[in-house]
Write a protein that binds this ligand. Structure first.
Ligand code: FMN
Length: 165
C-alpha cells in the first residue's frame, strides 16, 4: 500500500502560491450604497445550485467594503472579460477610485454591474458562512443577463491571462 505523504508546511505564503495554481475567472461584486458605488474584485466566485439558483464567493474578514456592500438590497455580480484586467486591478485598489471611468448599470434595487462584462447577475444574500479568515457568501440569483461575445478574464498565479482557444 502506498503511504500517504503529508506536507505540514501550510504557512499562508506557501498556501497562497499553491492556491494560485488553480485558474479561475474574476467577478466584480458591486452595489450602490448610500448614493456611492461600492464593490470589489473576487476570484473566489463559483456556481453552487440551479434550484434554487445560488452562486458563492468568499470575502476576507478584513474587508472594509463588505460591511457596506452587504447592506444593499441587491448585489450585482459581473463576470469580467479578458479586456478588463485594468478594471479588475482598479476594483481591488483604493476604494475611492474603484469606479472612476468604469461604465456601470445600476438596478432599481441597487445592484451595480459593469458594462463590457460577459454575464451579469442580480442577487440577494442567501447565507453567510464563517470560514476561517474568510466568510463564504451564498448569493441567490434574481436576474441573469449574458453577452458572452468575448473571452473571460483568467486569474492564474497572481497574474491575468486569456483562454487559449
Ligand atoms: C484578481 C483578484 C481577485 C480577488 N479575489 C478576492 C476574493 O475572492 N475575496 C476577497 O476577499 N478579496 C479578493 N480580492 C481582493 C479584493 O478585490 C479587495 O482588494 C480586498 O477585498 C480589499 O479591499 P476591501 O477592504 O475594500 O474589501 C481579489 C483581488 C484581485 C485583484
Amino acid at each position: 500500500m502506498t503511504e500517504l505523504i503529508t506536507n505540514q508546511d501550510l504557512d499562508p505564503a506557501r498556501l497562497r502560491e499553491a492556491f494560485g495554481i488553480f485558474p479561475t475567472g474574476v467577478v466584480a461584486v458591486a452595489a450602490e450604497v448610500d448614493g456611492l458605488l461600492v464593490g470589489l474584485a473576487a476570484s473566489s466566485f463559483t456556481s453552487v445550485s440551479l434550484d434554487p439558483p445560488l452562486v458563492s464567493f468568499s470575502i476576507s474578514r478584513t474587508s472594509k467594503t463588505w460591511p457596506d456592500l452587504r447592506r444593499s438590497r441587491h448585489l450585482g455580480v459581473t463576470v469580467l472579460a479578458d479586456h478588463q484586467s485594468a478594471v479588475c486591478r482598479q476594483l481591488a485598489g483604493a476604494p475611492e477610485h474603484r469606479f472612476v471611468g468604469v461604465p456601470v448599470r445600476i438596478s432599481d434595487d441597487g445592484a451595480v454591474t459593469l458594462d463590457g462584462g460577459l454575464a451579469r447577475f442580480e442577487c440577494t444574500i442567501h447565507a453567510e458562512v464563517e470560514a476561517g479568515d474568510h466568510v463564504v457568501v451564498l448569493l441567490r440569483l434574481h436576474a441573469v443577463d449574458q453577452s458572452d461575445t468575448s473571452s473571460p478574464l483568467v486569474f492564474h498565479r497572481s497574474g491575468f491571462g486569456k483562454l487559449a482557444v
